[in-house]
Design a protein around this ligand. Structure first.
Ligand code: COA
Ligand code: AMP
Length: 625
């Protein structure tokens, strides 16, 4: 098939295109209407139709006679456990956990927050919510109690599902005390918390808590509740420009249609194939490509609890590929940078047979050419960069390996995916010519599976994404098209940063620094890092008259960000400066700061209030080494 034809059809006749894709889903009331475009910029896919996402992910495969096919392979070098769950077994566990939730009063539309490490029970909990028509909100385990509390207050869950601990290679991380601390901070209180006990650090349970195993032993399986295609399946909070996270809403119908289509068209995966996404269920990549897409398709999904290095060594990924016959691997470039750092010549690769592997997919951050060439050279399979966001839930730009493979250009995630009318716009809203950088936008309507709104905040949805260029969705990334129509994504144009493929807001870190009694003002910027792509770096100005040991202050600030945002922020660098560079209207010149920190030959903006401040910044950086 020719890419240009498929793409043109998806843009010229989106309803016909997606109506056809929708046939791959089992509906309890099939769609008769495809797109409700009556109230732009709010669009609804498949209005009036009904389905159950869990039924599509589990029951229908069992009913089709594939109950004995492995659905989930759990491999945890950190816990020393390996286990395979067939579709029939995963269905049984999910139906029973849905019964647990039902017995706790969870009904269609109720929210359930899931704060868990990479264990099969996290997948079971997500699917159990989907089974009941409840709305899950998974919070990544690396976030601190305050971040969890903010999400609990916004989602207002009836029940929270958690585990006693997570396991990082260097330490066991008790989750239950973090959950308790979050509930102390939160205004909203769930009626019950279900806690999975793990032997590495069992938790003390309180009167509100329920032991996962005991609840499951007493549970009666629950059936699938049909929901409207437009009903929310989940809320996933993601970092915006302010410290307050955005609750990205995902619907049921458009999500199932788009993810199923993407598995075959983009990733070239078929039912029964072994597919591995090395990420975390707390991120969108984990939601879409560890849990929903592979299960909707009837593939086998690997759930790996561990890191690419140090569990036990940089050969961990090769072992998993060879052991389970993984056909395609999807992870973030950082994972490969870590492997390359520890095993530069890929010597550990020689110990394993990874001939099952057909392709490596990378996303979540910019794929630097070094990492691309290293991976492509050593693995000998196509290394496919693709670009997407929590908001879209599936790729915006990719190389359609299943439908119409195209040549790969290092540095580019290839071309717009069918359904996404991607445009690069200049400040006046005109299309940029090839080679000229601008704001990457997508002409409305967005395809199925993308965010219909933000949780209970239509106003913020419009302001954040739809206002800058009316009729277009603003991605927040800058970039350009080349003469061949390949898109190059150059980085965020806002204050969102990407640390080891983890999306974080500098605003939330600034809020923590600003709260320190010695700090008058501050800025946090993302600076280049060899391993993590970007890391945050803070600059603080002291209140006048404050006399504090800078080393002590630095330690306090680093500790505060770790305690209040989370270890995952990897906030380790902070300096005291006498002033921050600002425009005459008082806006901090972050881009200029970033340029100076990274040693770029950054021109001094004409809007700067006092250019001598830059010398102070340079001096501080020289002294900090
Ligand atoms: N629960 C608790 N703590 C967590 C956590 C979790 N789920 N995930 C990370 N952390 C902690 C880590 O232990 C680390 O703590 P430390 O400061 O005490 O060492 C900190 O958060 C930073 O974690 P991380 O960014 O993972 O750094 P790392 O140095 O431990 O590992 C990599 C670096 C590159 C190996 C790792 O980031 C990686 O595997 N990245 C793959 C990318 C990925 O999965 N991206 C998701 C989107 S696709
Ligand atoms: P998240 O919402 O966590 O998936 O992060 C989305 C952001 O990650 C995007 O807006 C980009 O800034 C960045 N990103 C994701 N994939 C890529 C990619 N392939 N190339 C460059 N940046 C990427």
């Amino acid at each position: 098939m020719v890419y240009a034809d498929v793409f043109a059809r998806s843009i010229d006749d989106p309803e016909g295109f997606w109506a056809e894709a929708a046939r791959a889903v089992t509906w309890t009331r099939p769609p008769s209407r495809i797109l409700d475009a009556e109230a732009p910029p709010f669009y609804r896919w498949f209005p009036g139709s009904e389905l159950n996402t869990c039924y599509n992910a589990l029951d229908r495969h069992v009913e089709a006679g594939n109950g004995e096919r492995p659905a989930l392979v759990y491999d945890s070098p950190v816990a020393g456990v390996r286990a395979t769950f067939t579709y029939a077994r995963l269905l049984d566990l999910t139906a029973r956990f849905a019964g647990v939730l039902e017995s706790l009063g969870v009904e269609r539309g109720d929210r359930v927050v899931i704060y868990m490490p990479m264990v099969p029970e996290a997948v079971v909990a997500m699917l159990a919510c989907a089974r009941l028509g409840a709305v899950h909100s998974v919070v990544f385990g690396g976030f601190a109690p305050k971040e969890l509390a903010v999400r609990i207050d916004d989602a207002r869950p009836k029940v929270v599902v958690s585990a006693s601990c997570g396991i990082e290679p260097s330490r066991v991380v008790p989750y239950k005390p973090m959950l308790d601390a979050a509930l102390d901070l939160a205004g909203h209180q769930p009626s019950r918390c279900v806690v999975l006990q793990r032997e590495q650090a069992p938790a003390e349970l309180g009167p509100r808590d329920l032991d996962w195993d005991e609840a499951m032993a007493a549970a009666r399986p629950a059936g699938c509740v049909p929901v409207a295609a437009t009903d929310p399946l989940y809320i996933l909070y993601t970092s915006g420009t302010t410290g307050r996270p955005k609750g990205v809403v995902r619907d049921n119908g458009g999500h199932a249609v788009a993810l199923l289509w993407s598995m075959k068209a983009i990733y070239g995966v078929e039912p029964g194939d072994v597919w591995w996404t090395a990420s975390d269920v707390g991120w969108v990549v984990g939601h879409s490509y560890i849990v929903y897409a592979p299960l909707l398709l009837g593939a086998t999904s690997v759930l790996y609890e561990g890191k690419p290095v140090g569990t036990p060594d940089a050969g961990a990924f090769w072992r998993v590929i060879s052991e389970y016959g993984v056909r395609a691997l999807f992870t973030a470039p950082t994972a490969f940078r870590a492997i390359k750092r520890d095993d530069p010549d890929a010597e550990l690769l020689r110990k394993y047979d990874i001939s099952s592997l057909r392709a490596l997919f990378l996303a979540g951050e910019r794929l630097d050419p070094d990492t691309y060439h290293w991976a492509a050279g050593h693995l000998g399979v196509p290394v496919v960069d693709h670009w997407w966001q929590t908001e879209t839930g599936w790729p915006i730009a990719a190389n359609l390996r299943g439908l119409a493979p195209m040549p790969i250009k290092p540095g580019s995630p290839s071309v717009p995916v069918p359904g996404y009318d991607v445009r690069v716009l200049d400040a006046a809203g005109h299309d940029c010519p090839p080679g000229q950088e601008g704001s990457i936008c997508v002409r409305l309507p967005l395809p199925p599976g993308t965010l219909p709104t933000l949780w209970q905040d239509d106003g913020r949805y419009v302001n954040s994404y739809m206002s800058a260029f009316p009729g277009f969705y603003l991605t927040g990334d800058g970039g350009y098209f080349d003469e061949d129509g390949y898109l190059f994504v150059m980085g965020r144009t806002d204050d969102v940063i990407n640390v080891a493929g983890h999306r974080l807001s500098t605003g939330s870190m600034e809020a923590v620094l600003a709260a320190h009694p010695a700090v008058a003002e501050c800025a946090v910027i993302g600076v280049a890092d060899e391993l993590k792509g970007q890391v945050p770096r803070g600059f603080v100005v002291l209140k006048s008259g404050v006399d504090i040991d800078p080393a002590l202050l630095r330690a306090e600030l680093v500790r505060a960000v770790r305690d209040q945002v989370g270890a995952v922020a990897a906030f380790k660098l902070v300096d005291v400066v006498s002033a921050l560079p600002k425009t005459r209207s008082g806006k901090i010149l972050r881009k200029t700061m970033r340029g100076i920190v990274e040693g770029a030959d950054e021109p001094v903006p004409s809007t700067i209030e006092d250019a001598s401040v830059l010398d102070g910044l340079r001096r501080t950086l020289r002294e900090a080494g």
